[in-house]
Design a protein around this ligand. Sequence first.
Ligand code: FPP
Ligand code: MG
Length: 395
Amino acid sequence: MTTLSADSLKRGKLRALRESRVRVWSSKMLPMLFSSPNPDTNPDTEAASEFSAEDAMLSSLQPKPFEDFAALYAETEQETHAVSRLLLEETLGLATPLPDVVRHIVASGGKRLRSRLLIASAKLLGCQSKKKVLQGTILLGGAIEAIHCASLLHDDVVDGSKMRRGLPAAHHVWGAQASVLVGDFLFARAFDLMCRQSEMKILTLLSQTALRLTQGEVRQLYSARALSMTPDESLDIVRDKTGALFRAATLSAALLARASTQKQRALALFGEQFGIGYQLTDDMLDYLGESRTLGKSRGDDLRDGKITYPLVLCLSRIGRKQRRRIEQLLVRSDCASGEIDEVASLMRETGCFDDCASVAKKALVAGAEALEGIGDARLRGILQHACLASLGRLS
Ligand code: FPP
Ligand code: MG
């Protein structure tokens, strides 16, 4: 792998590199996505110097859409389009590089899974023909996607990730400062959007969800390299970091639809368990997947010193010498692919993937079952199928 050396990247060369990256990526796949980054923005020299030719090649491929979400996609396509438009439109005319960074994170092929679940859940609860409720789902879908995108911009800086959705992470193009500030902007936009509907319970839910998300991320950061983390503590982080926003999406739909308390509970459980199963699958894919398919670099969790659920299981099942080895790898940010394979093999041999998959499956089954008996069978089937099929991303 050819890595660009930091010395060779004098300021002018760096700018040329950034511009040529933008040219390569934009000409290959998303012509409407980029305008030139502002040459006056502060380049993230260190980050850019880590960028390699291999990364550039990987970035020419978008992550593969997951077929089992096809019915959910089809059911929610029109409204999801409106959600994306909402996020993009209102950046027009704003200060550089705000519109570019927002376009980069919003239009780069994310699944919009959370807003799709919100929209489909509202339909499940009988809102198909209620125009006002459907408009509310678009505003709230926008708010939830804005929170999600903001959290990804921040997360990629925190994790030092190079790739996101098959493209360079925003901080690699515009620098960490711009990335964090645009994350703040999107977070503020989320509150702006959610205030355009006047349901106090939903405002409270989304505010508390943002707190949980942040707490999950902080706990994850400070538990990094804490080899003593228990599987339950790790699952709590997953519940806060990912389960909470999925839960907020589906529960918002129930609140918008003024569903009964029983249905609110069912929808909340559905979203939360879907999110937990989804994140656990993601955590396994980080070791088992291919960067090309994932749209991000395989093995980043280990390189970031991040102890995810499958690794927590593994650490509790191996001897002192092997723990020592993992400890050494966790403090290095440059683990090679072979070293990621080495940890993945240990996980496989100690049954950690099987056990993590079965915890994920249990969550996904509980999520799907929570919807039993609710609403129209076709819509329910679509939501249950998407939930159960989440684990299939592993195959
Ligand atoms: C991705 O996890 C990150 C999250 C699910 C949440 C990140 C949350 C924050 C940064 C705090 C909240 C911020 C705001 C603005 C509300 P991952 O790193 O495991 O997944 P990845 O591999 O896709 O990066
Ligand atoms: Mg990350």
